[in-house]
Design a protein around this ligand. Sequence first.
Ligand code: NAI
Ligand code: A1CAB
Length: 269
Amino acid sequence: MDLAHLNDRGLVLVGCGRMGGALLRGWLGRGLAPGAVHVIDPNAPGWLAARGVKTDGPMPTDPAVLVLAVKPQMMGDVLPQLVAAGQGGTLILSVAAGVTLGTYQRAFPGAAIVRAMPNTPAAIGQGISAIVGNDRAGPAEMDLAETLMGAVGRVVRLEDEAQMDAVTAVSGSGPAYVFHLIETLAAAGEAEGLPAALALDLARATVAGAGALAVAEDEDPARLREAVTSPNGTTAAGLVHLMDAETGLPPLIRRTVAAAAARGRELGA
Ligand SMILES: NC(=O)C1=CN([C@@H]2O[C@H](COP(=O)(O)OP(=O)(O)OC[C@H]3O[C@@H](n4cnc5c(N)ncnc54)[C@H](O)[C@@H]3O)[C@@H](O)[C@H]2O)C=CC1
Ligand SMILES: O=C(O)[C@@H]1CCC=N1
């Protein structure tokens, strides 16, 4: 959906790093005028000014949306400086891990607030974001948040904010786990005698192809795994190790996701 309807009141983006930048590129591609965007970031990237995005001058006091995309640890410093922009009918939209709706409500009493958890495939329009709002975020505000996050990929809505730390641990952090799978698969190929560049090429293309197949087939991934696995063949020999209930991927991923979710809860405390 087009975002040109935001151009009158405009959008303020606080933090234009990897995630804020990916979102902004998506929004500009959906009709948000560069001149309607005000970015607050001490390290604002050079492309903003080149595109006509405002990076200095007075901040709009009544923007349509105030987007928070700084690190969670920065939020305590940043929020008090933004209170003036979060009055009236401004939608507060945060992508920060951990920081709760309650924290934002204390900074912006009475405001509609939506937490979103995107992931870095947003940079190529293939992210997935989960969103959850406070009780002031009605259907119009949730739809606007969904439209904004939908500019960089799919959007799912959560029933309960308590799910957000698990979402963060699965899909927010998840791309890092997948990139590490590529790294380790390539390293294992090298250990079996392949040249490094070939091993990396094979690992990267395999993860990309398998991911695309998992989406295209829309089938239980266990069936897709079984389709690779010939009885007494090579895959079966490998999966004995990968699927070991004590030493394989299941307990490792369980620990990984649990630790990430626990860190999300710590950041929000
Ligand atoms: N990178 C990721 O995979 C994901 C990140 N997030 C969330 O997005 C938020 C931003 O993360 P990244 O973009 O990865 O970090 P980043 O470090 O790339 O970007 C943060 C930006 O904030 C700016 N900044 C620092 N202090 C500031 C201040 N006082 N006022 C305004 N801007 C300030 C920095 O200059 C930087 O450009 C975090 O809260 C993170 O939890 C959410 C989902 C995924
Ligand atoms: O590592 C982090 O805290 C952020 C949130 C999800 C992905 N990156």
